[in-house]
Design a protein around this ligand. Sequence first.
Ligand code: G1P
Length: 291
Amino acid sequence: CGLSHDRTKEKTHGRQGTGSRPGLLFISEEPNHRRQPVSDVHIKTVIIPAAGLGSRLLAATRVTAKELLPVYDRVVLDFAIDEAVDLGAERIVVVISTAKIAIQAYLADRSDGTAARPGDGKRIGQEIIYIFQDSPLGLGHAVHCCKDVMLPGPFAVLLPDDIVLGANCLAEMASHYRGGHMIAAMQVKPEEASQYGIFRLGGLPKDNCLPVFGMVEKPSIGTAPSSFAAVGRYILDPMIFDVLERTPTGRGGEVQLTDAITLSGKAVPVVAFRFSGTRHDCGNHDGLLAA
Ligand code: G1P
């Protein structure tokens, strides 16, 4: 993980500019208290993992971060940032790699109050912290890398590839959150199950919340334990960090967040939440076009 002791010092010793040197960048010109959280539980920290290689979107991703590709007049990453901002998060932690520092430059530009050009989203008033994950060791590893920069309480993980149009997905989840881990869920066809983390369900559903007994990351065809798949929105109890420390590498030789969620199921409740919006997988060409 790329948060060294020195970088922590940078954080406490003032704001870093928009230079290209990897490190921490603070953007906090607008007081956070002006934004009222729209959810019941206040999710203070949102992690946006964006260090992935983007191999499903070659050739553009040879030189461009997939999160910076356009969806008509907006950039993929804007959807994630706006969802986190509208949720009322105080801190956004963006996980990138040194090959993707253009993301840092893009967000610094969006945070610049003077910008008023076509396509610009709202100015970001939130504090943004960059964490560097230079080895593709998996989503669980990316989340674990953020351990030392979390604000107290449950936090969210938002995968920017998954654009959810309609109601703010994380806010909808937060309004139903009652502790433990909650993961956004949608039904998929049997032949699609091998592309997702699939829930092992049990118990009685209540208010769009389905009790979860475990998850299987990308099951082989014909072995999926249900038709409900995880979408890239998670509200997690901070206990997940301790679990991630002892989660063995799983599917694809990576540390899987789904495995850590399964392991923590003995200690905290886990629910899958059926959200109301429409999800597009912008990590591939068809999904990007559909969005
Ligand atoms: C990740 C998760 C998977 C989830 C999916 C949703 O997979 O590991 O459980 O279903 O996001 O988009 P990825 O698509 O990053 O391989």
